[in-house]
Write a protein that binds this ligand. Sequence first.
Ligand SMILES: NC(=O)c1ccc[n+]([C@@H]2O[C@H](COP(=O)([O-])OP(=O)(O)OC[C@H]3O[C@@H](n4cnc5c(N)ncnc54)[C@H](O)[C@@H]3O)[C@@H](O)[C@H]2O)c1
Ligand SMILES: O=C(O)[C@H]1O[C@H](OP(=O)(O)OP(=O)(O)OC[C@H]2O[C@@H](n3ccc(=O)[nH]c3=O)[C@H](O)[C@@H]2O)[C@H](O)[C@@H](O)[C@@H]1O
Length: 309
Amino acid sequence: MATESSNGGNHAVTKQPPTPSPLRNSKFFQSNMRILITGGAGFIGSHLVDRLMENEKNEVIVADNFFTGSKDNLKKWIGHPRFELIRHDVTEPLLIEVDRIYHVACPASPIFYKYNPVKTIKTNVIGTLNMLGLAKRVGARILLTSTSEVYGDPLVHPQTEDYWGNVNPIGVRSCYDEGKRVAETLMFDYHRQHGIEIRIARIFNTYGPRMNIDDGRVVSNFIAQALRGESLTVQAPGTQTRSFCFVSDMVDGLMRLMEGDHTGPINIGNPGEFTMTELAETVKELVAPDVKILTVENTPDDPRQRKPA
Ligand SMILES: NC(=O)c1ccc[n+]([C@@H]2O[C@H](COP(=O)([O-])OP(=O)(O)OC[C@H]3O[C@@H](n4cnc5c(N)ncnc54)[C@H](O)[C@@H]3O)[C@@H](O)[C@H]2O)c1
Ligand SMILES: O=C(O)[C@H]1O[C@H](OP(=O)(O)OP(=O)(O)OC[C@H]2O[C@@H](n3ccc(=O)[nH]c3=O)[C@H](O)[C@@H]2O)[C@H](O)[C@@H](O)[C@@H]1O
C-alpha cells in the first residue's frame, strides 16, 4: 500500500508551525480533536467520516457543496452531537476552529470533473488556498487527497513518488490533474514558507459502496451495466491498466498518513494491476455471463498504465 516517498519524507521546515487552535485549551472544549472534512458528503469522504466518528473523542465537521456528494451518505450522523454538516463551497473562505483538515473536496469522476472544468480548477487551486489559509490561521494539520493523475500518462511504471509525471497542460483532463499538481505545490509552499503541517496522499483508483451508480467510473459502470443486462463498454484499446483499492483500505491509509510523521507525497493504492478488458471479463463472469463486451471510443489523454510503487 503506502510507501514512503523517496523525495518526500520529512521536508525541512524553515518556520515553526503556528500554535494550534486556542480552543484546544478552553474549558468548554471537550473533544480531543476537531476535524474538518471538505468533500465529506462524497464517496471517500463519507467513509472517512464513518471511521473518524467511531472515536468518541472526535468532533467531525463536513463542508460540502453537494456537487457530487449527498446528504444521504451522512444520514446516520445528521443530528449527532459530535457531528456538523455545512453547505459550503471551498472556493469561498471558511472561518472555523479545527485541529485537523482532510481536504477531500473535488469531483473525482472524469465525467463530472470535465463537466465544468473551470469550476474544477477553481476547486483545486482556490479551494486548496482557502483551506491552507484556514490551517495557517488556526494551526491545524492539513491533508490533501491528491491523485495518481499527477503522473499523467506515465512513462515510468509502476509509478514512484519521485516521478514528475507526463501531463498534458492543455488537455481536457488538465483541470483535474494540473489542478491537483498546483494544489500539491501550494501545500509545499505553505509548509516551507509558513511552517504549516501538511500531508499529501496520491490516491489510486478506489472503489466501494456509495459510488454514484451513474458517475461513469469504470468499476461502478461495468457492474451497473451488468446488473441491467447491458453490454459492458470497454473504452479502446482495453489494454490500459488500473490498480483498484477498496475504500476501507484507502480510509485506513489516509488516517495513518494524517497521524504519522511523514509529509508525503505518498502513493496510496493497491498494487494489483488489471487491463480494462480483464476487468470487464471478471465482472461479466461474476455478475452476468450472458452480456456482451463492446469496445467503444475512448476520451483524450486516458492514461495507458497505472500502478503504485
Ligand atoms: N475515488 C478515487 O478513485 C480517487 C482517486 C484519486 C483521487 N481521489 C480524490 O479523492 C477525493 C474524493 O474523491 P471521491 O471519489 O470521494 O469523489 P466524490 O465526487 O464522490 O466526492 C467529492 C466531494 O467533494 C464535494 N465537492 C466538490 N467540489 C466542491 C467544492 N467546490 N466545495 C465543496 N465541496 C465540493 C462533492 O460534492 C463531493 O461530496 C477527491 O479529491 C479526488 O480527487 C479520488
Ligand atoms: O486514481 C486516480 O488517480 C483517478 O482515477 C480515476 O480516473 P480514471 O482512472 O480515468 O477512472 P475511470 O473513469 O474509472 O476509468 C478507468 C479506465 O476505465 C476505462 N473505462 C471507463 C468507463 C467505461 O465504461 N469503460 C472503460 O473502459 C477508461 O477508459 C479508463 O481507461 C478517478 O475517477 C479520478 O478521480 C482519480 O483521480
